[in-house]
Design a protein around this ligand. Structure first.
Ligand SMILES: Nc1nc(SCCc2ccccc2)c2[nH]cnc2n1
Length: 160
């Protein structure tokens, strides 16, 4: 068993009754895929603070950290790396601003029946249904490269 270095990340998914807001990643990790908004948790900030910061940086939506509700926690490992990505997933329906394109992301609302899973990370279509029915989840996905999931675990949880 490899010795992993755990690194904290955030992901914010915003949805309303009929749609989910995703961003097309224009550069960096996950480039070319639609995803929620997020990134690294920097030293000295909480996960919620990091999530609110990234939401603002990536699509100019503003929310207070305390308005972000944790809905999931996923761990990602890769054959080719000794990093374990510990991704805390949040949602909110309390925010201001209009989703705006930035150097990082091009935001777009997708009807819940038209989520572009073939242009997203392959794990997403496994856990989005849990998120979209308002439930919380924990999982771990071990990748070969960025397209193949070699092993996985996923379960719904009552609370965090
Ligand atoms: N949906 C999803 N997201 C990520 S990374 C999200 C966190 C992140 C990390 C670095 C830069 C920006 C955002 C994934 N990795 C492997 N499967 C995955 N699925």
């Amino acid at each position: 068993m490899k010795n992993y270095i755990r690194k904290l990340f955030t992901l914010v998914l915003i949805r309303d009754k009929t749609r989910v807001l995703l961003g097309y990643k224009k550069r960096g990790f996950g480039q070319g895929r639609w995803n929620g908004f997020g990134g690294k948790v920097e030293a000295g900030e909480t996960a919620q603070e990091a999530a609110a910061r990234e939401l603002g940086e990536e699509c100019r939506l503003m929310t207070a950290p305390e308005n972000l509700t944790k809905v999931g926690e996923l761990e990602f490992t890769f054959e080719e790396s000794d990093t374990l990505m510990d991704v805390k997933i949040f949602t909110t329906n309390t925010y201001t601003g209009i989703p705006t394109e930035t150097d990082e992301m091009r935001p777009e609302w997708f009807p819940l029946e038209k989520i572009p899973y073939s242009h997203m990370w392959p794990d997403d279509e496994l856990w989005y249904p849990i998120f979209l029915r308002g439930n919380k989840f924990k999982g771990a996905f071990h990748f070969k490269g960025h397209d193949i999931i070699l092993s996985q675990s996923l379960s719904e949880v009552e609370a965090f």
